[in-house]
Unconditional design. Structure first.
Length: 506
């Protein structure tokens, strides 16, 4: 692909396009999110491990705690460039430099609306401040990113002047933020093409998702010659968020064949880590990382996928590439091939009429809007085929759980494991966690919990609950099972024991 002239002046620019992650800044600006100190360090570590080139660790001048966090992230000694954010004041910049960051990211509003209503400076004054502050930064730091805040709504002639001033003063990269998410991809392409022509400096973009165009605008900027993209994990950020890391990386790598240096096989894992820390779940239909992205239900689709997965998947993006998994799900459209395959996987071999009867029962459950788990399928097969598959590897005898405000939740279990009595106890973050840890600890094979879903069937504190659990074994095989009842802990235990027994029979 032909792109504009790209200047690699930055020491970390090894790839065609570098990835600058702002999860720790924009994520924190997401309403309802406050990462703990430890979580921020872990996110930074993860980002660095997957090859993110630069990490914006925070805004040191905003609070003492933020300053300590940025300094601590820098002290981790990660491979990524560690950047701190600063307003265009010496005070902010010096606080940032105190953290020993590799790069200072300085910003100033340039659109008339933001300039007049926030800093109240003239266009000329903004140019002077820009030159002064970048000069000051470059005396102390090799890397300086300059952002013209609200760039896309700034008068473009003036914007060029601002960027030329920044480049002339020593900015090592200029950032073009679409601060309120209002540009279109074609306008972004025009803007970046012009900046690339008239300003001698590498270009970075920061796009917001108010109209759902953050990723598209980021890609348009890359097409026009931007050499760095700003992204966040799961698209976190204020309002509708920012360009998503996984989507942006996969579009560049798979569709444009642009090297990013990101370890793509860890995208799903990274997304899940940040989802857990942020408390913001990943919608099942979220591109690249969502639960449904490589799931197939309908008959024709799963038949095609079983022969060649590219029939009903992009092909240029596979679950293996992004650390995901392909799943055939049981639903009201389920086809013979998929069911036959799922049963063969666990050495169940129904005759054709038996298979028809099994499918009919699966469809009946699914059309009532219920999820049909693997465990349900095997139970149906047992009934239809009149066989007893249930030689339980794990037969739970007793479970006791203790929890309270002054104790660590603890669970003890007694179970027959392959016919021999075992006891085990474990602690956890809460009673459910402790109970599941105890079951996993006593399980005859090493398993990892992959999914835990709980729904209350009716309101009120005596509500019935339905727990669905998916576990993965050492071979990467995943099975799901469910449990229900009026006790949340025991329903969870039932679901897990069912899943454990499935996996040990497979
Ligand atoms: Mn922003």
């Amino acid at each position: 692909m032909l792109r504009g002239i790209v200047f690699f002046t930055d020491s970390y620019a090894r790839e065609e396009v570098t990835v600058f992650d702002t999860t720790l800044r924009d994520g924190e600006q997401t309403p309802g999110i406050a990462f703990t100190f430890e979580q921020k360090l872990e996110i930074a570590r993860q980002l660095s491990e997957i090859g993110v080139h630069a990490i914006e660790a925070g805004f040191p001048a905003s609070s003492k705690a933020e300053k300590e966090t940025v300094a601590a992230i820098k002290k981790l000694g990660l491979d990524s460039v560690i950047c701190g954010l600063a307003r265009s004041t010496k005070g902010d910049v010096d606080t940032c430099l105190d953290c020993n960051v590799d790069m200072v990211h300085v910003f100033i509003p340039t659109s008339d609306i933001q300039r007049e209503n926030t800093i109240n400076k003239s266009r000329k004054e903004v140019l002077e401040i820009t030159a002064d502050i970048i000069g000051h930064i470059r005396k102390h730091s090799d890397l300086c990113m300059f952002s013209a805040m609200d760039a896309t709504r700034t008068d473009w002639d003036y914007l060029i002047e601002v960027f030329q001033t920044a480049a002339g003063a020593g900015a090592t990269i200029i950032n073009v933020p679409d601060t309120v998410g209002v540009i279109s991809p074609s306008a972004m392409k025009t803007l970046i093409t012009r900046i690339n022509k008239e300003v001698r400096c590498p270009i970075d973009v920061h796009c917001h998702n108010d109209f759902g165009l953050a990723v598209a605008n980021t890609i348009a900027a890359v097409e026009a010659g931007a050499s760095q993209v700003q992204v966040t994990v799961n698209g976190l950020g204020e309002r509708a968020g920012n360009a998503d890391l996984a989507q942006t990386v996969m579009i560049m790598e798979s569709m444009y064949r642009i090297k990013t240096g990101i370890e793509k096989t860890r995208l799903v894992e990274t997304s899940r880590l940040v989802s857990r820390f942020s408390g913001i779940g990943i919608p099942p239909i979220q591109p690249v990382v969502g639960e449904n992205v490589f799931s197939h239900e309908s008959g024709i689709h799963s038949q095609g996928v079983l022969r060649n997965s590219a029939t009903f998947e992009p092909g240029i993006m596979t679950p293996e590439m992004v650390g995901h998994r392909r799943r055939l799900t049981l639903g009201k459209h389920v086809g013979r091939h998929a069911v036959r395959q799922m049963l063969t996987d666990v050495r169940i071999d129904p005759t054709d009429p038996q298979l028809d009867a099994i499918i009919e029962k699966v469809k009946a459950i699914a059309s009532r809007g219920k999820r049909v788990t693997d465990a349900d399928l095997y139970e149906i097969a047992e009934t239809v085929m009149g066989i007893e598959l249930n030689n339980k590897a794990l037969d739970l005898q007793d479970i006791a759980i203790m929890t309270g405000n002054h104790m660590i939740p603890t669970a003890s279990v007694k179970a027959m494991v392959n016919g021999k009595e075992h006891v085990f106890s474990a602690v956890g973050n809460g009673p459910v966690d402790a109970a599941l840890n105890a079951i996993l600890g006593i399980s005859p094979s090493r398993l990892q919990l992959r999914e835990f879903n709980i729904e209350a069937i009716s309101g009120g504190s005596d509500a019935m609950c339905h727990v669905t659990i998916a576990v993965e074994d050492e071979h990467g095989r995943i099975f799901d099972a469910s449990g229900s009842g009026d006790d949340i802990v025991l329903s969870s235990v039932e679901a897990l024991v069912n899943a454990v027994n499935l996996i040990n029979r497979a």
